[in-house]
Structure formats: C-alpha cells, structure tokens
Design a protein around this ligand. Structure first.
Ligand code: M6R
Length: 366
C-alpha cells in the first residue's frame, strides 16, 4: 500500500502534483478569470462585508494559515490574523459578528481547533473550514468551507495536506478578491493560468531529489539547523523546521531572514547549516544580504533558488533549483525540497519517519 515507496511520507511527498491538482480541479476557470468554491457561495456576501478574517489552526495547518494571511491580504486587501487555536481559545479574544473565522485542519479532529471554533461560533462569527478528512468533526461544526482533496495522509508528518491547504487558501484569496473587486479580470486570468501549471512545476521541484540526497549525507549528523525566508518564504521556513524536528529529532528553527540579526545570528558558526529560501522575487536582494551575514560567520548555506540563478550560487555551499513562478505560488514549490531534505536526513539517522516518537496523527487532547 506504500505504492513501491519505502515510507508513506515519501509516497505522499511524490503525490503532490496530483493532490494539488485535485484541490483546484473544478474550482478554477482561467479563461473567464473566475474561481468557484461551492461551499463558500452562501457566504460571499459575508465575505464582501467582513472586516477581517481570523485563521485558527495548529502545527503545519497553522503554517498554511500564515501563507493564507499573506495571500488574502495581498489580493483581497482584507486584514487577516493567524492564531494558534490553543492560544486563541484560552484568552478572551475580541470577535465580532462580521468576522470570518477560517479553521484549518487536516484531520478535522484537532481538539484545540474544535474548541476555538465553538468559541467563535458563540460570539456570532461565520466559521469556514478547510479540512481534508471528509465527514470528520470540524466540517460538521463549521458553517461552510472547502475541502482539500489530498486523499488520505498516513505519515504523521504532514506533507501533501499542507500543500493542498495552501492551494485552497490561494483559491480563497482569489475568490475573496473576485468578490471584493480588488483584482482585475486580466490579472486573475493570468494568475489562474499559472496556477494550473503548478502541478507540473511541482513535478520539477521533486526532481531535486538527487542533489538533496547529497546534502542530507553532509548534514545528517548536525545537531541544529536554521531555516530562513522572507514574505511567504517565512512560513515555508517555519514548516521546513517543523518537519526536520518532527522526523529527524534535529533541533531546528525557522525565522524571517531579517530577524536573524536580532538574536539567532549568535548561533551561527561553521557547524551550523542554514537553509535559505532565496528565489527570485521581491525580497531577493534582501535575502542575499542575509546570506552574506551568515557566510561572514562561516555558516553553511543551503539555498533554494530559482532555476538559472547565478548570484546566490556563487555564495552558497549548495543550491537547490526550483522552477520560476509568480511569488504567490512560491510556497507550493519551495516546500517540496524541504520535505525531501527532512525525509532523507531522518532515514539516514534511522528514524521512524512515518511514526515519529511522541507524536500522533491527530491530536484529540487539549
Ligand atoms: O489535523 P490537523 O491539521 O488539525 O493537525 C494539526 C497538527 O497537529 C499537525 O499539523 C502537526 O503539526 C503535524 N504532525 C505536522 O506535520
């Protein structure tokens, strides 16, 4: 049932061109510059009039929420807050009736996320869900929403569910933009046309596997690792660090690249691998300065770059090339090599990648 792969995690990593495609199938109409989300139609008026969106989730789903924040603010010009469900529920959060709460959960059974939903519901907010498991508890608690169509995810470390969540959040950002009129038809057409090609670009990102095996060989005995990114590269860095921690038990931290100089830079020495998302987008030049800061302290740079990049290549110890895409789609591509790095390092260290110690697939305790 692992389809010829050694582990479910690897199978699920390789399923991503399909699961991303399935999560957008029937929902986008590039030629008409239109997004259709059946489970949101009823709430389109609420969305038009909402003052803000609050996203609640845990773990990897929370990272997807952060990507959603960047995209919804960018395209729909709607303020977004992203909350850890466990923190949100135990304080006395300010929630208004015209707030829209989006709960993200692969399993649809996470206790903290469910409690956050109940709380927001009591206060009269509209609750939308992004879940993967059909018929699970969260979709039953929410008013509307959109399923991710990632298919069953068996590995405890979330991989294809994350990129499916990001896909659906991207669609929600475009949908909200369409309703609010914040994006022109032609811009939507070009974004949706590009989105359609993302599954094939993910296929190319998966082809980085060979270089990644070499990188994993070199860094498998590290005790620490830092992940850096800016913009949507920041949540991708957080997700990369979580994956490495979970399955290889190497201590890893994700940071917005510019925050490094406010503390974590003290950790950099010749032993420290620093994985940087340095693709060609609006923060490219800034990330290059951050790479120089690390190199000046003899840190080891592993950079995720855009195909054909030369500037970062000259500075980095290793580069992993991914295809060029609009900045909006960066998380769907840059995440792939990070999943593979964690996977190979964990296997080389003899870890149980599908069932890491102390973890369960769904966390139904508070
Ligand atoms: O099922 P959920 O998406 O609600 O789960 C949330 C987290 O428990 C989950 O993402 C966890 O962090 C994963 N093990 C990450 O790989």
């Amino acid at each position: 049932e692992k389809g010829g792969y050694d582990h479910f995690m690897l199978k699920e990593i390789y399923e991503q061109p399909r699961s991303i495609y399935d999560s957008m199938r029937g929902r986008i109409y590039p030629l008409e510059g239109k997004v259709q989300l059946g489970g949101l139609v009823e709430y389109s008026e609420k969305l038009r009039n909402a003052n803000r969106i609050i996203i609640v989730a845990c773990g990897t789903s929370w990272h997807a929420g952060l990507v959603g924040e960047y995209l919804i603010e960018e395209f729909a010009r709607l303020p977004v807050e992203v909350e850890y469900a466990s923190e949100f529920r135990y304080r006395n959060p300010v929630i208004y009736e015209n707030d829209i709460v989006i709960a993200i959960s692969q399993s649809g059974e996470t206790a903290d996320t469910m409690a956050a939903i109940e709380l927001a519901k009591e206060k009269g907010a509209t609750i939308l869900g992004i879940c993967n498991v059909v018929g699970s508890s969260i979709p039953r608690l929410t008013h509307g929403g959109a399923y991710t169509h990632a298919g069953p995810e068996i590995g405890v470390a979330s991989t294809k569910a994350f990129t499916a969540q990001v896909t659906v959040l991207t669609l929600i950002a475009f949908y909200a933009a369409q309703i609010k009129g914040t994006l022109s038809q032609s811009k939507l057409t070009s974004l949706l046309t590009e989105l359609e090609s993302i599954p094939s670009l993910v296929e190319k990102a998966l082809a980085t596997n060979d270089i990644i095996v070499k990188i994993a060989e070199e860094f498998k005995d590290s005790t620490n690792c830092i992940f850096l990114g800016r913009g949507t590269g920041f949540p991708v860095a957080l997700e990369g660090a979580l994956k490495l921690k979970e399955i290889s038990y190497i201590h890893a931290e994700g940071y917005p690249a510019a925050e490094m100089k406010h503390g974590p830079i003290a950790l950099i020495d010749e032993q420290m691998p620093v994985i940087v998302i340095a693709t060609k987008n609006s923060s490219y030049e800034k990330v290059i300065s951050n790479i120089q800061e690390v190199k000046a302290r003899k840190g080891k740079i592993i950079a995720i770059v855009t195909e054909g990049d030369t500037e970062v290549k000259n500075m980095a110890d290793y580069v992993i090339e991914i295809p060029h895409a609009d900045e909006a789609f960066l998380p769907l591509l840059a995440t792939i090599p990070l999943q593979l790095i964690s996977y190979h390092i964990a296997v080389m260290r003899g870890c149980n990648v599908d069932q890491p110690r102390n973890l369960a697939k769904s966390v139904t305790v508070e």
